[in-house]
Ligand binder design. Structure first.
Ligand code: HEM
Length: 166
């Protein structure tokens, strides 16, 4: 259903001069993929460090708020780079993603994991010890585990797009 709604968008995008230019210049797509992959490495490293801290498995000498301050900007800036590079890949080959159910799955997982990250890290803005209160420790660990599963799911879905072509 959602895929059908995107068909006119994909058809229109494929006919734009920008899409043709990206397709005609052979180094653009691999270069943009390279940027996408480097940004994935940064975002996943930052998420891993924050979630391991919430799980109590790394960085225990630092307050949880410190790990959020240190790594959260890397998450949001990398997401911006991923958005720009991912959108460029879509413009270059619109049908490959916009007509692919796995791409929609990836976007849904991304919305969920970005929301979960914001939700988990937000309390640090007003209460540095929010997740360190004993009654919240299990909730913090559960959220960190869910976050890791969702982010790995996005990486899996990102790669899967290539193998789910009609
Ligand atoms: C708004 C943000 C994003 C957009 C629009 C986007 C879009 C895309 C597109 C169009 C592709 C090419 C798929 C193909 O043709 O095979 C791709 C690849 C990929 N994406 Fe994203 N993406 C975004 C964010 C992310 C994030 C946050 C992650 C993981 C943390 C991610 C992981 C991947 C992976 C692993 C690949 C496969 C790379 C390869 O093997 O070349 N993407 N993405």
């Amino acid at each position: 259903m959602a895929l059908e709604a995107l068909t006119p968008v994909a058809t229109w995008l494929a006919a734009t001069p920008m899409s043709r230019a990206i397709g005609d210049v052979h180094w653009i797509t691999p270069a943009v993929q390279c940027v996408h992959i480097l940004a994935i490495a940064v975002v996943m490293s930052a998420i891993l460090m924050m979630d391991l801290r919430l799980l109590g498995a790394a960085g225990r000498d630092d307050a949880m708020q410190m790990s959020a301050r240190r790594y959260l900007p890397w998450v949001w800036w990398s997401l911006l780079v991923l958005f720009v590079s991912g959108s460029t890949l879509i413009v270059g080959e619109p049908r490959r993603s916009l007509q692919n159910p796995i791409f929609l799955l990836k976007m849904a997982l991304l919305a969920g994991s970005a929301g979960l990250t914001a939700l988990t890290q937000r309390p640090f803005g007003h209460d540095a010890g929010f997740w360190q209160v004993p009654r919240r420790r299990y909730a913090a660990k559960a959220l960190a585990a869910a976050s890791l599963i969702l982010w790995v799911g996005i990486v899996f879905a990102g790669r899967w797009i290539a193998y789910a072509q009609e």
